[in-house]
Design a protein around this ligand. Structure first.
Ligand SMILES: [Zn+2]
Length: 266
Protein backbone atom coordinates (compact mmCIF):
# COMPACT_ATOMS: atom_id res chain seq x y z
CA UNK A 1 0.00 0.00 0.00
CA UNK A 2 1.22 3.45 -0.88
CA UNK A 3 1.03 6.03 1.86
CA UNK A 4 -1.38 8.90 1.34
CA UNK A 5 1.44 11.33 0.74
CA UNK A 6 3.08 9.32 -2.08
CA UNK A 7 2.17 10.90 -5.37
CA UNK A 8 1.97 9.06 -8.67
CA UNK A 9 4.50 10.49 -11.06
CA UNK A 10 2.22 10.22 -14.10
CA UNK A 11 -0.93 11.91 -12.75
CA UNK A 12 -1.12 15.34 -14.38
CA UNK A 13 -3.11 16.84 -11.50
CA UNK A 14 -0.52 15.91 -8.88
CA UNK A 15 2.50 17.38 -10.68
CA UNK A 16 3.99 20.87 -10.48
CA UNK A 17 4.48 22.86 -13.66
CA UNK A 18 8.27 22.39 -13.71
CA UNK A 19 7.71 18.64 -13.25
CA UNK A 20 5.25 18.60 -16.14
CA UNK A 21 7.64 20.65 -18.30
CA UNK A 22 10.43 18.14 -17.63
CA UNK A 23 8.14 15.13 -18.20
CA UNK A 24 6.91 16.52 -21.53
CA UNK A 25 10.49 16.31 -22.79
CA UNK A 26 10.38 12.51 -22.48
CA UNK A 27 6.68 11.70 -23.06
CA UNK A 28 4.23 13.09 -25.63
CA UNK A 29 1.25 10.82 -24.85
CA UNK A 30 -1.73 11.33 -22.51
CA UNK A 31 -4.71 9.24 -21.51
CA UNK A 32 -7.96 11.19 -21.03
CA UNK A 33 -10.53 9.17 -19.03
CA UNK A 34 -14.14 10.09 -19.90
CA UNK A 35 -17.08 8.98 -17.78
CA UNK A 36 -20.73 9.68 -16.99
CA UNK A 37 -22.97 10.16 -13.97
CA UNK A 38 -26.06 8.15 -14.77
CA UNK A 39 -28.37 5.47 -13.43
CA UNK A 40 -26.91 1.97 -13.31
CA UNK A 41 -29.96 0.04 -12.12
CA UNK A 42 -31.13 -0.34 -8.52
CA UNK A 43 -27.93 -2.12 -7.43
CA UNK A 44 -24.99 0.02 -8.66
CA UNK A 45 -24.01 3.64 -7.92
CA UNK A 46 -24.41 6.33 -10.56
CA UNK A 47 -20.66 6.88 -10.92
CA UNK A 48 -19.76 3.49 -12.47
CA UNK A 49 -18.63 4.83 -15.87
CA UNK A 50 -16.65 7.67 -14.28
CA UNK A 51 -15.06 5.53 -11.58
CA UNK A 52 -14.17 2.70 -13.97
CA UNK A 53 -12.60 5.03 -16.58
CA UNK A 54 -10.49 6.68 -13.90
CA UNK A 55 -9.51 3.34 -12.33
CA UNK A 56 -8.57 1.81 -15.66
CA UNK A 57 -6.51 4.81 -16.82
CA UNK A 58 -4.45 4.61 -13.63
CA UNK A 59 -4.00 0.82 -13.85
CA UNK A 60 -3.03 1.03 -17.52
CA UNK A 61 -0.43 3.73 -16.85
CA UNK A 62 0.97 1.75 -13.90
CA UNK A 63 1.37 -1.31 -16.14
CA UNK A 64 3.06 0.62 -18.97
CA UNK A 65 6.84 0.70 -19.30
CA UNK A 66 8.75 3.80 -18.24
CA UNK A 67 8.38 6.57 -19.18
CA UNK A 68 4.69 6.13 -18.48
CA UNK A 69 1.97 8.04 -20.33
CA UNK A 70 0.51 10.99 -18.49
CA UNK A 71 -2.99 10.51 -17.09
CA UNK A 72 -5.34 13.49 -17.10
CA UNK A 73 -8.04 14.24 -14.52
CA UNK A 74 -11.16 12.38 -15.70
CA UNK A 75 -14.20 14.10 -17.17
CA UNK A 76 -17.04 13.02 -14.85
CA UNK A 77 -20.09 14.02 -16.91
CA UNK A 78 -21.21 12.64 -20.24
CA UNK A 79 -24.05 12.41 -22.74
CA UNK A 80 -26.72 10.54 -20.76
CA UNK A 81 -30.04 12.16 -21.78
CA UNK A 82 -31.40 8.72 -22.69
CA UNK A 83 -31.39 7.86 -18.96
CA UNK A 84 -33.17 11.11 -17.95
CA UNK A 85 -36.28 9.29 -16.70
CA UNK A 86 -34.17 7.70 -13.95
CA UNK A 87 -33.26 10.01 -11.06
CA UNK A 88 -29.60 10.69 -10.37
CA UNK A 89 -28.72 10.95 -14.04
CA UNK A 90 -26.83 14.17 -14.81
CA UNK A 91 -26.34 14.77 -18.51
CA UNK A 92 -24.53 17.34 -20.61
CA UNK A 93 -25.31 17.95 -24.26
CA UNK A 94 -23.26 16.50 -27.12
CA UNK A 95 -22.35 20.06 -28.10
CA UNK A 96 -21.11 20.98 -24.62
CA UNK A 97 -19.05 17.81 -24.20
CA UNK A 98 -17.49 17.95 -27.66
CA UNK A 99 -16.60 21.61 -27.23
CA UNK A 100 -15.13 20.96 -23.78
CA UNK A 101 -13.03 18.00 -24.96
CA UNK A 102 -11.94 19.97 -28.03
CA UNK A 103 -10.72 22.81 -25.79
CA UNK A 104 -8.79 20.37 -23.58
CA UNK A 105 -7.25 18.76 -26.67
CA UNK A 106 -6.14 22.09 -28.12
CA UNK A 107 -4.70 23.10 -24.75
CA UNK A 108 -2.79 19.79 -24.55
CA UNK A 109 -1.39 20.43 -28.02
CA UNK A 110 -0.16 23.86 -26.88
CA UNK A 111 1.63 22.11 -24.00
CA UNK A 112 3.42 19.92 -26.54
CA UNK A 113 1.33 16.75 -26.28
CA UNK A 114 1.33 14.92 -29.61
CA UNK A 115 -0.88 11.92 -28.85
CA UNK A 116 -4.19 11.81 -26.99
CA UNK A 117 -5.84 8.51 -26.13
CA UNK A 118 -9.41 8.97 -24.92
CA UNK A 119 -10.41 6.15 -22.59
CA UNK A 120 -14.19 6.25 -22.76
CA UNK A 121 -16.13 4.51 -20.00
CA UNK A 122 -19.57 5.37 -21.38
CA UNK A 123 -20.75 4.01 -24.74
CA UNK A 124 -23.03 6.92 -25.56
CA UNK A 125 -20.16 9.40 -25.32
CA UNK A 126 -18.56 7.72 -28.33
CA UNK A 127 -20.01 9.77 -31.23
CA UNK A 128 -19.33 13.03 -29.35
CA UNK A 129 -15.75 12.13 -28.40
CA UNK A 130 -15.07 10.91 -31.92
CA UNK A 131 -16.30 14.25 -33.28
CA UNK A 132 -14.06 16.15 -30.84
CA UNK A 133 -11.14 13.88 -31.78
CA UNK A 134 -11.64 14.69 -35.47
CA UNK A 135 -11.68 18.41 -34.79
CA UNK A 136 -8.57 18.32 -32.57
CA UNK A 137 -6.76 16.32 -35.24
CA UNK A 138 -7.90 18.75 -37.95
CA UNK A 139 -6.84 21.87 -36.03
CA UNK A 140 -3.79 20.74 -34.04
CA UNK A 141 -2.36 18.07 -36.37
CA UNK A 142 -1.79 15.66 -33.50
CA UNK A 143 -2.84 12.02 -33.10
CA UNK A 144 -6.14 11.43 -31.28
CA UNK A 145 -8.01 8.15 -30.80
CA UNK A 146 -11.04 7.00 -28.83
CA UNK A 147 -11.27 3.58 -27.18
CA UNK A 148 -14.77 2.72 -25.94
CA UNK A 149 -13.76 -0.89 -25.34
CA UNK A 150 -12.91 -1.70 -28.95
CA UNK A 151 -9.47 -2.97 -27.93
CA UNK A 152 -10.95 -5.71 -25.73
CA UNK A 153 -14.71 -6.18 -26.35
CA UNK A 154 -14.20 -9.17 -28.60
CA UNK A 155 -12.57 -11.08 -25.72
CA UNK A 156 -14.89 -9.72 -23.06
CA UNK A 157 -18.04 -10.98 -24.71
CA UNK A 158 -16.54 -14.50 -24.70
CA UNK A 159 -16.56 -14.41 -20.89
CA UNK A 160 -20.29 -13.84 -20.44
CA UNK A 161 -23.52 -15.73 -21.06
CA UNK A 162 -25.92 -12.80 -21.42
CA UNK A 163 -26.97 -11.48 -24.85
CA UNK A 164 -27.05 -7.68 -25.30
CA UNK A 165 -25.43 -7.11 -21.91
CA UNK A 166 -24.86 -3.42 -22.41
CA UNK A 167 -25.80 -1.56 -19.25
CA UNK A 168 -25.45 -2.40 -15.53
CA UNK A 169 -25.68 -6.11 -16.37
CA UNK A 170 -23.32 -9.07 -16.11
CA UNK A 171 -20.26 -7.11 -17.27
CA UNK A 172 -20.53 -3.87 -15.31
CA UNK A 173 -21.76 -5.59 -12.16
CA UNK A 174 -18.88 -8.10 -12.31
CA UNK A 175 -16.26 -5.39 -12.86
CA UNK A 176 -17.69 -3.44 -9.89
CA UNK A 177 -17.73 -6.55 -7.68
CA UNK A 178 -14.06 -7.10 -8.48
CA UNK A 179 -12.81 -3.68 -7.40
CA UNK A 180 -15.40 -2.27 -4.94
CA UNK A 181 -17.84 -4.94 -3.75
CA UNK A 182 -19.11 -2.66 -0.98
CA UNK A 183 -20.74 -0.51 -3.68
CA UNK A 184 -22.75 -3.40 -5.18
CA UNK A 185 -26.14 -4.35 -3.75
CA UNK A 186 -26.44 -7.87 -5.15
CA UNK A 187 -29.76 -8.42 -3.35
CA UNK A 188 -31.22 -5.82 -5.74
CA UNK A 189 -29.55 -7.20 -8.90
CA UNK A 190 -31.99 -7.68 -11.76
CA UNK A 191 -32.19 -9.59 -15.03
CA UNK A 192 -33.68 -7.52 -17.84
CA UNK A 193 -32.29 -9.21 -20.89
CA UNK A 194 -33.38 -7.95 -24.28
CA UNK A 195 -33.92 -9.85 -27.47
CA UNK A 196 -34.49 -7.90 -30.64
CA UNK A 197 -36.67 -8.97 -33.55
CA UNK A 198 -34.28 -7.55 -36.10
CA UNK A 199 -30.64 -8.57 -36.33
CA UNK A 200 -29.90 -5.01 -37.40
CA UNK A 201 -30.95 -3.76 -33.95
CA UNK A 202 -29.32 -6.57 -31.95
CA UNK A 203 -26.29 -5.05 -30.22
CA UNK A 204 -24.45 -8.38 -30.30
CA UNK A 205 -24.82 -8.83 -34.05
CA UNK A 206 -21.86 -7.78 -36.19
CA UNK A 207 -24.35 -6.40 -38.73
CA UNK A 208 -26.21 -4.18 -36.24
CA UNK A 209 -26.48 -0.49 -37.04
CA UNK A 210 -26.04 2.49 -34.69
CA UNK A 211 -29.50 3.31 -33.33
CA UNK A 212 -30.78 5.19 -30.33
CA UNK A 213 -33.54 4.69 -27.78
CA UNK A 214 -34.57 6.13 -24.42
CA UNK A 215 -33.72 3.51 -21.82
CA UNK A 216 -37.10 3.53 -20.03
CA UNK A 217 -38.76 2.34 -23.24
CA UNK A 218 -36.81 -0.92 -23.17
CA UNK A 219 -36.05 -1.42 -19.47
CA UNK A 220 -38.10 -0.82 -16.33
CA UNK A 221 -35.18 -1.09 -13.89
CA UNK A 222 -32.57 0.68 -16.01
CA UNK A 223 -30.62 -2.57 -16.37
CA UNK A 224 -30.02 -3.90 -19.88
CA UNK A 225 -28.50 -7.34 -19.35
CA UNK A 226 -28.34 -9.80 -16.48
CA UNK A 227 -26.82 -8.44 -13.29
CA UNK A 228 -27.69 -11.64 -11.38
CA UNK A 229 -25.00 -13.58 -13.28
CA UNK A 230 -22.23 -11.25 -12.12
CA UNK A 231 -19.32 -12.50 -10.00
CA UNK A 232 -16.12 -10.92 -8.73
CA UNK A 233 -14.10 -13.70 -10.43
CA UNK A 234 -15.54 -12.81 -13.85
CA UNK A 235 -14.87 -9.15 -13.10
CA UNK A 236 -11.24 -9.82 -12.27
CA UNK A 237 -10.75 -11.61 -15.60
CA UNK A 238 -12.45 -8.73 -17.41
CA UNK A 239 -10.18 -6.12 -15.83
CA UNK A 240 -7.12 -8.23 -16.61
CA UNK A 241 -8.14 -8.46 -20.28
CA UNK A 242 -9.14 -4.82 -20.63
CA UNK A 243 -5.96 -3.54 -18.99
CA UNK A 244 -3.76 -5.95 -20.96
CA UNK A 245 -5.12 -4.85 -24.33
CA UNK A 246 -5.19 -1.17 -23.47
CA UNK A 247 -1.56 -1.31 -22.32
CA UNK A 248 -0.66 -2.72 -25.74
CA UNK A 249 -2.62 0.06 -27.44
CA UNK A 250 -0.99 2.79 -25.35
CA UNK A 251 2.52 1.34 -25.73
CA UNK A 252 2.16 1.06 -29.49
CA UNK A 253 0.99 4.68 -29.78
CA UNK A 254 3.54 6.01 -27.27
CA UNK A 255 6.46 4.28 -28.98
CA UNK A 256 5.54 5.26 -32.54
CA UNK A 257 6.84 8.59 -33.86
CA UNK A 258 4.13 11.03 -34.90
CA UNK A 259 5.15 10.83 -38.57
CA UNK A 260 4.51 7.10 -38.55
CA UNK A 261 1.03 7.69 -37.11
CA UNK A 262 0.32 9.54 -40.34
CA UNK A 263 0.42 13.01 -38.79
CA UNK A 264 2.53 15.91 -39.86
CA UNK A 265 5.02 16.90 -37.22
CA UNK A 266 5.85 20.52 -36.62
ZN1 LIG B 1 -21.95 2.07 -17.41
Amino acid sequence: MKSKTTKQTFLWEEMTWPEIEAYLKIVDTVILPCGAIEQHGPHLPVDVDYFDAKYMATKVAEACADPKPLVLPPIPYGVSYHHDEFKGTLSVTNDALSRFVYDIGMSLAKNGIKKIIMLNGHGDNAPTLTYAAQMINRDAGIFVCVDTGESSDVDLFDLIDTPNDIHAGEIETSTSLAIRPDMVQMDKAINETLEFGSKFLDYDNVRSVNWYVKTHKISESGVIGDATKATAEKGEKMWELMIHHMVHLVESIKNTPLDELYQKSY
